[in-house]
Design a binder for this molecule. Structure first.
Ligand code: ZN
Length: 383
């Protein structure tokens, strides 16, 4: 096992705790119309960098805003990966536009790219998610890829996002599958927080510190809200309805999960996710969907009680999330397991944040056991 990826090398060296956060978070129905009123304090020339899939919808909504608080704006369409090439390109666009505020609108990839772009040009940034599919929006962190979509790792951003503006009407109308994936990504936050706490590994604030009570409380609240309101909110979003439960889950998926993981740390569930992403078929699935299965592997690894494991499987299955590898069209074969385990154990640090001794054999058996539990659950449900 390489030294870089070992539990020993990840251990905290002090008990100093730290908490970090975006500067402001605003969430509510129709809030996009207030983007200039809220953003005015950061500048008056806005560069909207918008996901190509939603740019027409966003442009229509922004163009009819009458009171612009004296602000002007320009639009730029984004497509592709959060990679250095796109950051360089957008930094050039930002400089040439003469804008003094950078806005990212869309899903995780555009938002992460805009975070790094704002860092590169040293301008305030506003983040406007159009779905609640992951915890990217409220995390001062970016998942970086190469131009071909190969995941290179996560990096903390230098500045803290000035404003995360969530228009819950837009989120409730996004595909329900994205919402469910966001719930899965948010659900693992508490399990991974506990793993890191027990393993005495650092959070993602600055150079990495021990967890504050605030960080742990946010992760726990995230879990509790999801268990209480997750299923009912998912049903509402399937009909594109914005209910109080949906508002709660939007906050859990975006704010509680984003602050939760930054302030506590990721662990085995995300580690196994990264391994599954190494298989071609796995690349077709959403981040949260792979993290959902990863959580089952993490729970087996941590020897979670059977009832708890079944509870989590039932919750995920009710949200139409995958609980077996075959639901990703990935066979649980020796060949696939070798690729997954090799990545999880030797090419990524996350599994080593687990409070247990890690070996390739253990990780392999935990994944196979999780897969078998998933199959058993599904056949018992049918039976
Ligand atoms: Zn995640």
């Amino acid at each position: 096992m390489s030294r870089e990826y070992s539990h020993k090398n990840l251990l905290l060296t002090s008990t100093t705790r730290a908490f970090g956060s975006v500067q402001r978070y605003i969430q509510g129905p129709g809030e996009l119309k207030n983007v200039f009123a809220y953003g005015r304090k950061y500048g008056d020339r806005f560069l909207f960098i918008v996901d190509s899939g939603v740019i027409d919808m966003i442009r229509r909504q922004v163009e009819v805003i009458e009171d612009r608080a004296g602000c002007t704006c320009v639009f730029h369409s984004f497509f592709g990966e959060c990679c250095q090439e796109n950051v360089d390109l957008l930094a050039k666009v930002a400089r040439e536009s003469g804008c003094n505020v950078v806005l990212g609108v869309g899903g995780g990839k555009v938002l992460d790219t805009v975070k790094l772009t704002a860092d590169a040009v040293d301008l305030p940034r506003i983040i406007v998610p159009t779905s609640a599919s992951s915890d990217a929006p409220a995390a001062d962190w970016a998942a970086v890829y190469d131009i071909n979509g190969v995941h290179l790792g996560g990096v903390p951003t230098t500045r803290c996002t000035e404003l995360v503006l969530v228009d819950s009407t837009i989120i409730a109308r996004a595909p329900a599958r994205l919402f469910a994936a966001g719930i899965a990504d948010a659900l693992v936050t508490w399990y991974e927080a506990e793993a890191n706490e027990r393993a005495f590994t650092p959070n993602y604030i600055g150079k990495g510190y021990a967890r504050s009570l605030a960080g742990m409380a946010i992760a726990k609240e995230c879990h509790d809200v999801l268990i209480r309101d997750g299923k009912i909110a998912y049903e509402a979003v399937k009909s594109k309805l914005l209910t109080p439960a949906v508002e709660n889950i939007i906050e859990a998926n975006i704010l509680l999960s984003g602050l939760g993981f930054m302030n506590t740390g990721c662990a085995g569930a995300h580690g196994i996710h990264n391994g599954i992403s190494e298989i071609e078929e796995g690349k077709q699935f959403l981040h949260g969907e792979k993290v959902a299965f990863g959580l089952l592997g993490e729970m087996v690894l941590e020897n979670a009680p059977r009832e708890k494991l079944y509870e989590v499987m039932a919750f995920l299955d009710d949200l139409d999330l995958p609980i077996t590898m075959e639901q990703f069209n990935i066979a649980c074969s020796d060949e696939n397991l070798e690729i997954i385990v090799d990545h999880v154990v030797y090419k990524n640090a996350l599994i080593h944040r687990e409070p247990t001794m890690i070996s390739p054999e253990l990780v392999r058996d935990a994944i196979v056991a999780a897969n078998e539990f998933g199959h058993r659950y599904l056949s018992e449900k049918k039976g």
